[in-house]
Design a protein around this ligand. Structure first.
Ligand SMILES: Nc1ncnc2c1ncn2[C@@H]1O[C@H](COP(=O)(O)OP(=O)(O)OP(=O)(O)O)[C@@H](O)[C@H]1O
Ligand SMILES: [Mg+2]
Length: 294
């Protein structure tokens, strides 16, 4: 059973032919990669990323990566106290398997991606070793979600420019909408690998979310010639900050809350994207990330 009432493939599989060895294509499982991002900070990315991981983990093998290099705090909502993070893996102090944590919500969690910034200093051998570990992670999961920081800094762009799909989160606040447009502008002008869709968080109604979306995309259509669909909205709900105070995600704490019900529709949208994702022989996400970072 999936969140959708249709059958969804367990994973994207990529057929890579190895003619020198065999004429049969070798299927390589490759997770669908999704970055949750925003222009303005504090719009709800981390709450939504943890909530999506919780919902999607009910029927898929999900990994959530805390890719916020400034304020890595997703672990609080995942109920995890990490002793080491990706920076320790990059420095060779431990392996990725050592920091990968199983959460009570059935998804796996990778704490803090601040190590990515020091990847440039790695030797070729260290890079290959790290890449192999990260690619194993991608090939043993269906969906990898990245909770990024806000804005258009290089660390955020490393993720948003290389994932299969970007979920651009905004709220109805005019400043959040303006900053969402700024992100759209940067991503549209850059050669990004994936597609973008919008999620309006803290909306008072579907109508308000549609108005927010309409206002942003009408400008984007005119000046950027780009179409960004609304994947869904999440209602403004006091249960969300209540769950944060309990150091947990709102989906687990309040499964019947308005915020959870509306996020379920967003999760179904992600499942549709996963189902439509075409197998491709292009390099894996982490390969793209490493090449991009230089
Ligand atoms: N749907 C919602 N209803 C009510 N409050 C919400 C909702 N979504 C998020 N919040 C509140 O907004 C605040 C910021 O949420 P969160 O930390 O997830 O944002 P963020 O975008 O990850 O922030 P940052 O940019 O600092 O990483 C939290 O206090 C949370 O309780
Ligand atoms: Mg956050």
């Amino acid at each position: 059973m999936t969140l959708l009432d249709t059958s969804v493939p367990v994973a994207n599989s990529v057929a890579v032919s190895t003619p020198a060895i065999s004429s049969h294509p070798t299927p390589i499982k490759r997770a669908f990669t999704v970055a949750v991002t925003s222009g303005k900070g504090g719009v709800g990315k981390t709450n939504l990323a943890v909530g999506l991981a919780t919902l999607l983990a009910q029927s898929h093998n999900v990994v959530l990566v805390d890719a916020d290099m400034g304020l890595a705090n997703a672990n609080v909502l995942c109920g995890v106290v990490p002793r080491q993070n990706l920076a320790h893996v990059v420095e060779g102090q431990c392996s990725l398997a050592d920091i990968l944590t199983h959460t009570a919500a059935r998804f796996r969690f990778v704490p803090g991606a601040s190590g990515i910034a020091s990847m440039a200093a790695l030797t070729q051998r260290q890079r290959e070793d790290l890449l192999a570990q990260l690619e194993t992670l991608q090939s043993t999961s269906d969906i990898v979600l990245f909770d990024t920081g806000a804005g258009i800094g290089r660390e955020v762009l490393a993720f948003t420019q290389n994932v299969d799909h970007v979920l651009l989160v905004t709220t109805p606040e005019p400043t959040a909408m303006l900053d969402a447009y700024a992100v759209l502008k940067v991503l549209t002008r850059a050669k990004i690998s994936g597609q973008i869709s919008m999620v309006v968080n803290q909306a008072k109604s579907l109508h308000e979310a549609e108005m927010v979306h309409f206002n942003i995309i009408s400008v984007a259509q005119q000046f950027l010639q780009t179409q960004v669909p609304l994947l869904g909205h999440v209602l403004l709900d006091p249960n969300v900050p209540l769950a944060v105070r309990q150091r947990t995600g709102f989906v687990r704490a309040y499964p019947r809350s308005p915020a959870t019900a509306s996020l379920r529709t967003v999760a179904q949208g992600v499942e549709r994207l996963l189902a439509a994702a075409r197998p491709e022989a292009s390099p894996s996400f982490f390969h793209r990330l490493f090449s991009w970072w230089g």
